[in-house]
Design a protein around this ligand. Structure first.
Ligand SMILES: *Cc1c(COP(=O)(O)O)cnc(C)c1O
Length: 357
């Protein structure tokens, strides 16, 4: 398939690297591709960034049949642009597609298109420390139809957004609120897909947490409200007596690429790690007996997010001294050093984006 490229006539003014925030600034171009049953995925093109015009009956607006991904392009000190394990994002994109009956894309083609878009938008990859270009591949159901069934037609698009440092003033530990009332996902449902339904399901609980003074929600399993699943839109890790513990991927948890990278690094360092079910009661007990050393979340946006407090029923537990633990710090540094090309990449995680200039 030939990728058509149409460039903008007058590019926007580049964003100021020192004040990017998250997900608010969009670049000059986007990738688009369409699906019909007759032609499959066709008409791939990079064209000026702009609105998608939809019939009010378009299925995605009513039934949420959509998937997305989130990854970043990083600029190295020498000015090169690189991606971090992007083939994993493409594989997960297709896994999400299966779960909501969206036709799969050719992963190699999609990754190539993504790289071409970044090469065209190369000047938008920011240079200030710990900034990046966030990449959002998305597929939405396009049939104008009000019956409930999988759509016959789809739009696949990729937009990119320069984003600021997540921790401009150093690590900022978060306070999290454990809920046994609200649930994000249930086994057999959509929890392992990056699909809008999961985020809609998480909003109300997150608002309740915010009103109580907490930044994020810690989700428990939907059936018994005991096993820990994930935190906000991050996977979660505990350090218990020197051992790194994280819940296994059982279908209701999003299989994070940062999670996988943390586990790979820990194994590479010969640190003790366990992927096993862990209940909130066990965490409270480890805190009680002094063996709970650290809690942190992992995800593309923040990389590692240390947790200082955990509120569960009437108890508020302070993790360690409420500061940033050594493990959180070590994983954050190791992962970002590879992403920004400051350290060797023994795993072959980094993928270069070739640019013309
Ligand atoms: C994206 C996401 C994660 C983290 O995945 P990464 O690949 O590490 O960015 C974790 N949980 C949820 C619910 C997510 O949407």
């Amino acid at each position: 398939m030939d990728l058509k490229i149409e460039r903008v006539k007058s590019p926007k003014k580049l964003a100021d690297d020192s004040n990017l925030g998250f997900g608010q600034i969009f670049t000059d171009h986007m990738f688009n591709m369409d699906y019909t049953p007759e032609s499959g995925w066709h008409n791939p093109r990079i064209e000026p960034y702009g609105p998608i015009v939809m019939d009010p009956a378009t299925m995605v607006l009513h039934y949420g049949q959509a998937i997305f991904e989130g990854l970043k392009a990083y600029r190295t000190r020498s000015g090169k642009i690189q991606l971090f394990r992007p083939e994993r994002n493409m594989a997960r994109f297709n896994r999400s597609a299966q779960l909501v009956c969206i036709p799969e894309v050719d992963e190699a083609f999609a990754l190539d298109a993504l790289k071409r878009l970044i090469a065209i938008e190369q000047d938008w990859v920011p240079r200030a420390p710990e900034t990046s270009l966030y990449i959002r591949p998305t597929i939405v159901a396009m049939d104008p139809y009000l019956g409930v069934r999988p759509s016959h037609t789809y739009r696949f698009f990729i937009i990119v957004s320069p984003v600021g440092a997540y921790y401009p003033e150093g690590f900022n530990p978060v306070k999290i609120w454990v809920t046994d009332k609200y649930v994000r996902a249930v086994r057999g449902g959509l929890g392992e897909a990056k699909t809008p339904a999961n985020y809609a399901a998480s909003l109300y609980g997150a608002e309740v947490a915010k009103k109580a003074g907490y930044t994020q929600v810690l989700w428990l399993d939907a059936l018994e409200h005991r096993s820990i699943e994930e935190v906000g839109t991050m996977n979660i890790f505990f350090v218990i007596r020197g051992e790194l513990v994280t819940p296994p991927l059982g279908g209701s948890i999003l299989p994070g690429i940062t999670r996988d990278s943390v586990l790979a690094l820990a194994r590479h360092w010969d640190s003790p790690v366990a992927e096993r079910p862990i209940t909130i009661e066990e965490i409270m007990a480890t805190h009680e007996n002094g063996s709970l050393e650290e809690i942190f979340g992992s995800g593309t946006a923040a990389v590692i997010s240390p947790v200082s407090h955990l509120a569960w029923r009437d108890e508020v537990l302070t993790v360690g001294d409420g500061g940033v633990g050594p493990m959180a710090h070590k994983f954050y540094k190791a992962i970002t050093d590879i992403q920004y090309g400051r350290a060797e990449d023994p795993f072959g995680w980094v993928v270069a984006v070739e640019v013309e200039k």
